[in-house]
Design a binder for this molecule. Structure first.
Ligand SMILES: Nc1ncnc2c1ncn2[C@@H]1O[C@H](COP(=O)(O)OP(=O)(O)OP(=O)(O)O)[C@@H](O)[C@H]1O
Ligand SMILES: [Zn+2]
Length: 510
C-alpha cells in the first residue's frame, strides 16, 4: 500500500455478462485466474466493412476494455476470414471471396489484402484497440485439417462435395439459436444426401476438373475449409479450450456459432458432449444489429454505409463510436444522420469541457499551486482521482459491470465532467480512468479532429480564420453591412458562422 496520496480506484463491482447460450446474466468467472481470453469473429474480407459490421468491433472493444479495467489480463483474438464463408451462412451458395474475385477479375489474395487493410483502417479510426493477435484463416489450414481429422470418424461423413458434420452426433445441437427463436432451424437443405438438413461442410472439395484459387490438399481431396471450422480452430489454437468469451453479431447466433459449438463439443468431448460445458467458450456474447429504416445494414445488399462516407460528410468516426455507446449492445440501433449529428454535438461538448479543464492544470513543475503533485508535473499517464470521485467511479464501474451498460456509464462520465469546485488534476484523472473504458480518446483528442472538412467543401481553414478576423474588425467598427457580407460569403462556401457559441467553436462546416 502506498503512503503517498490516495490509492488508485480499484473496480470491485461483480462483472455480469449476458450469456446467449444460457440466456441469462452470469457473473464472470475467468477460466484462468486473473485472465480473460476473448475471441471475436472477424470480418469476411470480400468487401469494405459497413458501419454495422464495425458496431460488432466497437462492442468487442468495449468488452475488452472493461475486462482490462476490471484488472484482468486480456488476450483478445480477432480473426480475418479470407476463405470459406459462403454467400448463405447455411452452407449454400458460392464462396464470398471467390465471387468477389470473379466480379473484380482480381486474385482472391489481392482482394483479401485490400479489404483487410480497409478494415484495419476503420478499426484504428474508431479507437478500437489492437487485439493481441489477428488470426488469418488461410494461415491455419494445417491445423484445420488436423482438427477435422480428429473429429471425422465419430462425427462426420463424406459426400462428393465435401466432409460433412453430422449434427445429430452432439447433444443439444442448435441450443444457441433457440435462444432467439423457438421455430427451429428453418434451413434450406442445399446439398443432397445430407443426413440432417442442418449438417454442414467442414471441408469443401474442389469439384473434379475445376481449379480454385485457394485450395489445399487434405485427406478428403483438394479443397478448402468451411467457415465454421475456421473459427473453432483459430479460437482453440490461440486461446485453448475452454476460453472465456466468444463474441459476434447476433446473426451468428443462428448458424455460425451453433456450428462452431457442435464442432467444439466433438473436439472437446472428454467427458461426454454436454452443453454448455463443452461449447468451447464459457460465455457467448452477441451484439444486436445496426439497422436502417429499410432493415439490417448488409454488405450483400449492394449499397451500404462505410465509415469513409461518414468522414467524407464531415463526421468524426468517434461520433459514430459514441453513437454505438449510447445504445446498449443488445439493443437494435437505428442509424440516422440526425442521430449521428447529435452524437457529434455531444462529443464536442465533452471535448470542450475536457480541454477547459486541462487549461486549468499548469504543465510545468514548480508553479506551486498543485501541492498534491508533490512538486512534480501533473501526470496524465498516472492519474489518481481522490476520494471525492470514488462514488462516481463506483457508479461507472457498476454500469459497465452490468453487462456493459455504456449508456449509463456515459452519463456518469458527463456528471463528473460537470462537477464544479473540485481539484482539476483529480477530476482529469477520474475522467481518464473512465475514458480508458469508453475509448473516446477525449484526453488527447484535438479539437480539429471533430471539425472534419466534408469532401465537397473546398475552403481552407486559414481562409475561414482570416474571414472571421476581418468580420470581427468590421463588427468592432460597427460596419454591420460588411460583417453580414463576410458571413454570407462564408455560407456560400459551406461554412456556418456560429456567433455567440458558448462552446467557442465559432464556425462549422455544413
Ligand atoms: N448490421 C449489422 N449490425 C451489427 N453487426 C453486424 C451487422 N451486420 C453484420 N454484423 C456483424 O459484423 C461482423 C462481421 O461480419 P462479416 O464480415 O462476416 O459480414 P457479412 O456477413 O459478410 O456481411 P453482411 O451480413 O453485412 O452482408 C459479424 O460479427 C457480424 O455478425
Ligand atoms: Zn467466426
Amino acid at each position: 500500500m502506498s503512503v503517498h496520496g490516495p490509492a488508485p480506484f480499484a473496480p470491485s463491482a461483480p462483472l455480469k455478462l449476458f450469456n446467449s447460450l444460457t440466456r441469462q446474466l452470469e457473473a464472470f468467472q475467468p477460466v484462468h485466474a486473473g485472465e480473460a481470453r476473448v475471441y471475436s469473429c472477424g470480418p469476411t474480407v470480400y468487401n469494405y466493412p459497413h458501419i454495422g459490421n464495425m458496431r460488432a468491433y466497437v462492442f468487442a472493444d468495449i468488452l475488452g476494455r472493461t475486462l482490462s479495467f476490471k484488472g484482468l489480463k486480456l488476450t483478445h483474438v480477432i480473426n480475418i476470414t479470407d476463405v470459406g464463408h459462403l454467400t448463405d451462412d447455411a452452407d449454400d451458395g458460392e464462396d464470398k471471396m471467390e465471387k468477389m474475385a470473379k466480379a473484380q477479375a482480381q486474385s482472391i489474395w489481392d482482394i483479401a489484402q485490400h479489404f483487410t487493410q480497409a478494415y484495419w483502417e476503420d478499426v484504428k479510426a474508431l479507437n478500437i484497440r489492437q487485439p493481441a493477435r489477428w488470426t488469418i484463416a488461410t494461415e491455419y489450414v494445417p491445423q484445420m485439417i488436423a482438427f477435422a481429422e480428429k473429429i471425422a470418424a465419430k462425427h462426420c461423413y463424406e459426400l462428393d462435395s465435401g466432409l460433412y458434420f453430422d449434427v445429430s452426433t452432439v447433444a443439444d445441437y442448435g441450443r444457441l439459436a433457440r435462444a432467439q427463436t423457438e421455430d427451429g432451424e428453418g434451413r434450406i437443405e442445399a446439398v443432397e444426401c445430407k443426413r440432417n438438413a442442418a449438417d454442414f461442410a467442414i471441408w469443401r472439395k474442389t469439384p473434379p476438373g475445376e481449379k480454385r484459387q485457394m485450395e489445399w490438399d487434405s485427406p478428403w481431396g483438394k479443397g478448402a475449409p468451411g467457415w465454421h471450422l475456421e473459427c473453432s480452430v483459430m479460437s482453440g489454437e490461440v486461446l485453448g479450450f475452454p476460453f472465456d468469451i466468444h463474441t459476434g453479431g447476433i446473426d451468428h447466433r443462428e448458424i455460425h456459432h451453433p456450428n462452431e459449438i457442435a464442432q467444439n463439443q466433438a473436439f472437446c468431448c472428454t467427458n461426454g458432449l454436454d452443453l454448455p460445458a463443452n461449447s468451447g467458450a464459457r460465455v457467448w456474447m452477441h451484439n444486436n444489429f445496426l439497422v436502417e429504416r429499410s432493415g439490417k445494414m448488409s454488405k450483400s445488399s449492394g449499397e451500404f454505409l462505410r465509415l469513409q462516407l461518414l468522414i467524407d460528410k464531415g463526421y468524426s468516426p468517434l461520433a459514430y463510436r459514441l453513437m454505438c455507446l449510447q445504445a446498449h449492445y443488445r439493443s437494435e440501433l437505428e442509424f440516422s444522420w440526425d442521430g449521428l449529428a447529435a452524437a457529434l454535438t455531444r462529443l464536442k461538448r465533452m471535448l470542450i469541457a475536457v480541454q477547459q479543464l486541462k487549461d486549468r492544470i499548469p504543465l510545468r513543475t514548480g508553479e506551486g499551486d498543485h501541492p498534491q503533485d508533490g512538486g512534480g508535473a501533473p501526470s496524465l499517464a498516472e492519474p489518481v482521482p481522490g476520494p471525492r470521485f470514488t462514488p462516481f467511479l463506483e457508479r461507472f464501474d457498476a454500469a459497465v459491470s452490468d453487462d456493459l451498460n455504456t449508456p449509463v456509464a456515459l452519463t456518469v462520465f458527463e456528471e463528473v465532467l460537470a462537477l464544479k469546485k473540485v481539484d482539476a488534476s483529480e477530476k482529469l484523472a477520474a475522467l481518464a480512468a473512465m475514458d480508458a473504458v469508453l475509448g473516446l480518446g477525449l484526453l488527447t483528442l484535438d479539437r480539429k479532429a471533430l471539425r472534419l472538412k466534408p469532401k465537397g467543401v473546398e475552403i481552407e481553414e486559414t481562409e475561414i480564420e482570416s474571414a472571421l478576423e476581418a468580420r470581427k474588425e468590421a463588427r468592432a467598427a460597427k460596419d454591420f453591412a460588411r460583417s453580414d457580407a463576410l458571413r454570407d460569403e462564408l455560407v456560400a462556401k459551406g461554412v456556418e458562422v456560429m456567433d455567440g457559441d458558448p462552446l467557442g467553436w465559432e464556425w462549422k462546416l455544413v
